[in-house]
Design a protein around this ligand. Structure first.
Ligand code: SF4
Length: 199
């Protein structure tokens, strides 16, 4: 099977060929819209978020706009994404911070910051969600369970140019092939590179 340093290239290349459409499904036209979409996407689907953001982004175009209405109004408009109270609060807090500190985004969750940076073409790290965690472990790319430590292993291993697409590849592979409960190893393009393969 070979060491992970040698397996990582073919793993990335084969998954990229298999999941050419792997990309963020959120719809956005600006970094601000992307930031809002990613924040709204916690605990819900991208489709749901897109449905909510379509009218939302017509109304809210600048950070100031999110602060110009009562929080309850924003809560109603993002209701369908769930956790609307926390999300409305977080959105307004972030907009306030954006207005105060335009350059950096301290306090924006690490994952959100990574997603946004990656979509802007400047990945600062590798986004580790539940799929990325499971697949990294199954593929023998990490022994850790903690997302921050997994990210540490992955950034050492994955070429920087692939930091943006790598999580998308694992996420799509996780959804389509390497299911949490029943991985379909017999249909997996990297089964010969995977220590957890059952075939
Ligand atoms: S071989 Fe099986 S466990 Fe390994 S990545 Fe493929 S589907 Fe997942």
């Amino acid at each position: 099977m070979g060491p992970k340093k040698q397996r990582i290239r073919p793993i990335i290349e084969r998954l990229a060929a298999e999941h050419a459409d792997a990309a963020i499904a959120l719809r956005f036209r600006s970094p601000l819209e992307l930031l809002v979409s990613v924040m709204l996407s916690a605990q819900t689907t991208d489709v749901n978020v897109n449905r909510v953001t379509q009218p939302l982004f017509e109304k809210y175009r600048k950070p100031e706009d999110y602060l110009a209405v009562p929080q309850e109004e924003l809560e109603r408009e993002i209701f369908a994404t769930g956790f609307y109270r926390q999300k409305a609060k977080a959105l307004r807090g972030t907009m306030r911070m954006l207005l105060e500190e335009l350059v950096r985004l301290p306090g924006v969750a690490r994952k959100t910051a990574n997603v946004v940076a990656a979509e802007l073409g400047e990945p600062q790290g590798i986004v580790v969600d539940t799929h990325v965690r499971r697949l990294s472990q199954r593929l023998g790319l990490t022994r850790h369970d903690d997302p921050v430590k997994i990210e540490g292993d992955l950034v050492r291993l994955v070429p920087r140019a692939d930091w943006g697409r790598f999580p998308h590849l694992l996420i799509w592979h996780g959804r389509r092939v390497c299911d949490a409960r029943r991985p379909r190893c017999e249909d997996c393009v990297v089964s010969d590179l995977c220590p957890s393969s059952r075939v």
